[in-house]
Design a binder for this molecule. Structure first.
Ligand SMILES: Nc1ncnc2c1ncn2[C@@H]1O[C@H](COP(=O)(O)OP(=O)(O)O)[C@@H](O)[C@H]1O
Ligand SMILES: [Mg+2]
Length: 241
């Protein structure tokens, strides 16, 4: 067992947030709830407000109205550093790793800058065998899938309570997508509360406990993966699949 696996899970609640870019009103009363230790998917087409939702949670953008709470503690108005210290980590689409450092150095750096110890390096190597083989490679010498795993591994080394993943399977080969899915299941097994943003519908349905669909900045559906799988009309209307 790791420290992260023993830590109590955390509940994230987004209530009626309205987020703008300048004058453009992007998120309209978006509400989501991710129960302690749950893996929830936020699905939707390109440009509908998925990334804006994640940025509103981590304080990158400040919702004009509404609330985001972590076990009841208000996050709206807190700066990004405070929210990160509370244990909320965003793994953005543009996988942020240090390309001039090796995989091993990227991992070590995550460990030394952590607010509290999370997974151990041994645990990371066990769950990400592909990274272990690449320890001596620089960040710009590894594949897209390896970069994705490295950025997730960096978050796990930092004792994250809530992990926000922005399209983790985007641009990856099918075999690597399966590996990322298995990593997401490990994260769930470790008790980490996860919000997974995906355009890759079937990948999200394979790992999520519940899902939401967002369209034009509004939540249009909340339900189970099974409901999304069986509702062709819903998928056609909001997901184009
Ligand atoms: N920096 C920005 N400035 C202005 N508008 C933006 C910016 N980023 C995104 N948007 C707009 O906000 C909407 C939602 O974007 P986003 O949340 O990135 O969508 P998604 O992640 O679902 O593809 C889009 O219409 C997009 O054009
Ligand atoms: Mg996006």
């Amino acid at each position: 067992m790791t420290a992260a696996a023993l830590a109590p899970a955390t509940r994230l609640r987004v209530e009626a947030i309205n987020t703008y870019y300048g004058d453009s009103h992007i998120l309209r009363d978006v509400s989501l709830e991710i129960g302690a230790g749950e893996t929830v998917a936020l699905l939707g087409r390109n440009g509908v407000g998925k990334t804006t939702t994640l940025k509103s949670i981590v304080g990158w953008l400040r919702p004009r109205t509404g609330s985001v709470t972590l076990d009841g503690r208000e996050l709206v108005g807190c700066d990004m550093m405070t929210i990160a210290r509370a244990g909320v980590a965003l793994v953005p689409e543009e996988r942020r790793i240090f390309t001039n450092l090796t995989v091993a150095e990227n991992l070590k750096l995550a460990q030394v800058t952590a607010r509290a110890p999370g997974w151990t390096l041994d645990h990371v190597y066990e769950k990400f065998p592909r990274l272990r083989e690449r320890l001596g490679n620089k960040g710009d010498e590894i594949s897209g899938g390896e970069k994705q795993m490295l950025s997730i591994a960096r978050a796990l080394l930092q004792d994250v309570k809530v992990l926000l993943l922005d399209e983790p399977t985007e641009g990856l080969a099918p075999l690597i997508v399966r590996e990322v899915e298995s990593v997401i299941r490990e994260i769930k097994a470790a008790g980490i509360t996860t919000l997974l943003v995906e355009q890759n519908l079937y990948s999200a349905l394979a790992v999520a406990d519940r899902c939401y669909i967002i369209d034009q900045g509004e939540i249009k559906f909340e339900g189970t993966p099974e409901q999304v799988r069986s509702d062709e009309e819903l998928r056609r209307r909001y997901l184009h699949v």
